[in-house]
Design a binder for this molecule. Structure first.
Ligand SMILES: [Zn+2]
Length: 398
């Protein structure tokens, strides 16, 4: 314990003696300071580190000391162009940290697990005003009135996003106790939940089976995690498609049996044939489209057998129109197509178990985090993401 912590404890105790109305009713851990830093996006492409007073923690609130937060494509878009019109804003929604203080009414997380000071938690990015995202979710009532931390407009609280030293989790939020996962795994929960959901969507077709031949197109973080999820389900016959040798090699380490570099094949039919060759002369039973490129969407139909299935999950945001031939690509082949976007709360909870299993079977999931920056270098972290360097970029607090 350092002197800062001791000072903070003394301050807490003094506040209690002086009759601070909040202090006796809340559970307090070591070292919650009066003030802390947030990275405020004050204009396009510029975060400013600002120090603000940590507000009083109400009976239903939780104060979390941030340990780390992944940089998401959504953060990068907001950083560069402010498409959501949020500036000034504290971004960061893929965050995790330790509870240092909580109101007396807080006893359980959104899955019913007990919560205590010292526990490690994550919040969940579910839009309270988008019920169609959560309508198939048995736990939807847990969403409450919470919004998305890291995309909340700035207000008096200030500690609204995970790109900060602390975050205030307000009443009604979706919060999970993930104390049994290490920091890197916790930073990867949010992107992994996207894939858990996609595979759940794929399973609804009835085509994805234990011994299916599965093609995964696009070996960025999403495609690589897709391969990992399939491997943890026991699916081994996986072909990865990408145009980057390094990523294709990583795909193999993540569990793909074979890989196809699309740069070596001219035209969609030739690419489809190359995938079939990789499966020993068979087209794929099922395909996951994990790029945001409309041409890639059009190409993937050529890789799938008659009666096969496709899950399109690459277009997290609008990437433009794709041209397919509805007769040859869909009807005459009787392809079953599902789209996938974001996740449900149930998928989020499933993700915790996926991460443990991936680790248990030795998948190099944590190597997805290729860059770690301290909060002071957040501008550089976002620029690294925009430059498409590395795979997953994270802010990690000391
Ligand atoms: Zn995200």
């Amino acid at each position: 314990m350092d002197t800062n912590n001791i000072e903070a404890i003394v301050r807490e105790i003094l506040a209690g003696i002086k009759g601070g109305s909040n202090a006796p009713s809340s559970k307090v851990g070591a070292g919650a300071p009066d003030k802390a830093r947030v990275a405020m996006l004050v204009e396009k492409e510029r975060f400013e580190l600002q120090e603000h007073k940590i507000p009083e923690i109400g009976d239903d609130d939780i104060l979390v000391k941030v340990e780390g937060c992944g940089v998401c494509g959504t953060d990068a878009h907001e950083f560069k162009n402010d498409p959501f019109g949020l500036i000034p804003v504290v971004l960061g929604h893929e965050g995790t940290g330790e509870i240092v203080k909580m109101g007396k009414n807080v006893v359980k997380d959104s899955a019913g697990k007990p919560l205590a000071v010292g526990d490690k938690v994550v919040t969940c990015m579910i839009f309270a005003d988008e019920p169609e995202i959560t309508m198939y979710d048995l736990n939807k009532q847990n969403v409450g009135k919470a919004d998305v931390y890291g995309l909340l407009p700035d207000d008096d609280v200030k500690f609204n996003g995970w790109f900060a030293d602390y975050i205030v989790i307000r009443k009604g939020s979706t919060v999970f106790n993930v104390s049994d996962l290490d920091l890197d795994s916790r930073i990867l929960i949010e992107p992994c939940a996207v894939l858990i959901h996609a595979v759940e969507r794929a399973k609804t077709t009835g085509i994805l089976r234990f011994n299916s031949r599965v093609v995964v197109q696009g070996c960025g973080p999403i495609g690589l995690i897709c391969i990992a999820v399939l491997r943890t389900m026991g699916i081994e016959n996986i072909v990865a498609v990408d145009g980057n040798e390094q990523r294709l090699n990583f795909a193999k380490r993540m569990g793909a049996e074979k890989s196809v570099d699309f740069r070596n094949h001219k035209g969609a039919d030739a690419l489809g044939k190359a995938v079939a060759d990789a499966f020993g002369g068979h087209y794929a039973d099922f395909a996951f489209q994990c790029t945001g490129n409309p041409v890639a969407h059009a190409n993937i139909y050529k890789m799938i057998r008659r009666g096969g299935g496709l899950c399109e999950l690459g277009f997290f945001i609008n990437g433009g129109d794709a041209t397919i031939n509805p007769h040859f690509d869909l009807c005459s082949k009787e392809i079953t197509l599902v789209g996938s976007w974001v996740y449900t709360l149930r998928d989020y909870a499933t993700t915790f178990d996926f991460l443990k299993r991936a680790q248990a079977i030795g998948l190099p999931l944590k190597e997805l985090i290729t860059h770690k920056f301290p909060l002071e270098e957040i501008n550089e972290a976002l620029k690294t993401n925009l430059a498409m360097k590395g795979l997953k970029i994270a802010i990690v607090n000391k």
